[in-house]
Design a protein around this ligand. Structure first.
Ligand SMILES: *Cc1c(COP(=O)(O)O)cnc(C)c1O
Length: 464
């Protein structure tokens, strides 16, 4: 019998064939040639292994495979997705979606020149670190502020600047891991400071800090907000004012790693009390560190508030340059912060706050509306009450009462895969073998996409 490999056309003749005409109009010739060569090599290898591939002489078959390969390579790696998990600050899904004024400010900063490091008054070089300072000090009462790439970076910078070569005291109940392998003890070590553990896991008193300060080896007291877990029962911790009081006597610094940057009273968002940046400033902390993209609802950033002399030192640290924020983010952060001058507007315009404070009845109406549309498309679904979460390592154990669509499928896992394969992908939640789409985190304007993708996913399950 004739070797089937002999019927594979030569790459040159494929490229020159009529089947490849359209492809060559769409893609650069070298990419088409290279991809075709790979397809041909792959086919030859399969035939050599003995795979039955039928007729391999037809150029149109090659054109189809090449087209598919090239077009799938065009799908971006970072894509928009629909978040139907009910987790508002989903770290894996990019945390906070931004307010429209922040989006606009970012688009302008991205597309035009700006006074990023230019002093318009004097016509000389300025500082990128000057931009959000007055807004931050106005909103929080801090003396000064510095914005860097993220809160983890802000904490490293603060520790490296204040505590390099000296001791940092942290409660044993606060030696936490924040996520992504960011552990407080290691951060202190990497900042060239020495960790002094004080108190116990469940109870740390202000005397414990006072005692370690007596040794003379400790120059900084670091308090870490337990944002992503809770301890309860027989517990005790020193308050910030207590720490400040004992630190002042010993000329030590108090740094608060606050994590989330909730700027308005928690009850306005319908959440339990959570310490806010300006509470830490008011308590007398020397530096306060928090995130731009958690409860603040802005872009990824790390905000450090505090004493003017210390912020100046932080800026002068060479590490600051390595942690600097880019102009697009800076523009988005400034626009987001400006919204907080009018807290009602912040609640309305900042998607994170709006989703957190969504009215339970309204969520029910939205879920019902979506269910009606799906039913009209003959999709089986039910409106169910669920509990979502805040996410982003904040508010552990707090459940956000919400409404969701529960979809019916013979395999919940397969349906999940099918939804993720959509364009845009839909990320659902699987709970006790049920597939749940929580409407809280589906953004306004995404309803039609959600309906389309759900019905497409169910169809593709039936006829893959
Ligand atoms: C989330 C968090 C951080 C890290 O913030 P990023 O902006 O994600 O780097 C640091 N400390 C605490 C207490 C946190 O909750």
């Amino acid at each position: 019998m004739r070797d089937p490999r002999a019927s594979i056309p030569a790459v040159d003749s494929l490229i020159g064939s009529e089947a490849f005409e359209d492809l060559l109009c769409q893609y650069p010739r070298p990419r088409v040639v290279e991809t075709t060569r790979k397809v041909v090599d792959d086919l030859r290898a399969r035939l050599q292994r003995g795979d039955e591939l039928g007729d391999v002489s037809e150029p149109f078959m090659y054109a189809t495979i090449v087209e598919l390969t090239l077009s799938s390579a065009e799908v971006p790696s970072l894509r928009r997705v629909l978040n139907a998990t009910g987790v508002v600050l989903h770290t894996n899904l990019g945390r906070a979606p931004l307010a429209s004024c922040a989006q606009q400010a970012m688009a302008t900063a991205a597309s035009e020149y700006s006074n990023l490091e230019y002093d318009l008054g004097e016509g000389v070089r300025g500082s990128r670190y000057a931009h959000c300072v007055s807004l931050l000090t106005e909103l929080t009462g801090a003396e000064s502020a510095l914005v860097v790439n993220n809160a983890a970076g802000g904490l490293v910078l603060a520790m490296n600047t204040l505590a390099r070569g000296s001791g940092v005291a942290v409660s044993r109940g606060e030696l936490v891991e924040i996520g992504g392998g960011f552990r407080i003890p290691e951060i202190i070590e990497r900042s060239s400071a020495k960790l002094y553990e004080v108190g116990s896991t469940n109870r740390t008193r202000s005397e414990d800090y006072a005692e370690v300060l007596e040794t003379g080896d400790v120059g900084t007291l670091l308090k870490v907000h337990r944002s992503n877990f809770r301890i309860s029962g027989f517990t005790e911790e020193a308050t910030l004012p207590e720490l400040v009081e004992i630190a002042v006597k010993r000329k030590a610094f108090v740094v608060h790693d606050l994590g989330s940057g909730l700027m308005i009273p928690a009850e306005q968002v319908g959440l339990p009390a959570e310490p806010r940046p300006h509470d830490s400033v008011e308590a007398g902390c020397d530096l306060v560190v928090f995130s731009g993209d958690k409860l603040l609802g802005g872009p990824q950033a790390g905000i450090v508030l505090g004493r003017k002399d210390l912020i100046t030192k932080l800026r002068a640290n060479p590490l600051c340059r390595a942690l600097r924020l880019d102009k697009v983010t800076l523009a988005g952060l400034e626009a987001t912060l400006r919204l907080y001058r009018d807290p009602d507007r912040a609640l309305r315009d900042i998607p994170t706050l709006r989703m957190l404070s969504s009215d339970f009845e309204e969520l029910g109406d939205r879920a019902q509306g979506l269910a009606d549309q799906l039913t009209a498309l003959e999709v089986d679904c039910e409106v169910v009450e669920v509990g979502g979460s805040v996410g982003g390592g904040t508010y552990p154990g707090v459940s956000l009462r919400s409404w969701a669509l529960e979809l019916t499928a013979s395999s919940v896992a397969d349906l999940g895969v099918s939804l993720r394969n959509g364009d845009p992908p839909v990320i659902a939640r699987v709970m006790d073998n049920r597939l749940i789409l929580d409407v809280r985190t589906v953004l306004p304007g995404q309803e039609k996409d959600l309906i389309d993708k759900v019905s497409e996913a169910l169809v593709s399950l039936v006829e893959p």
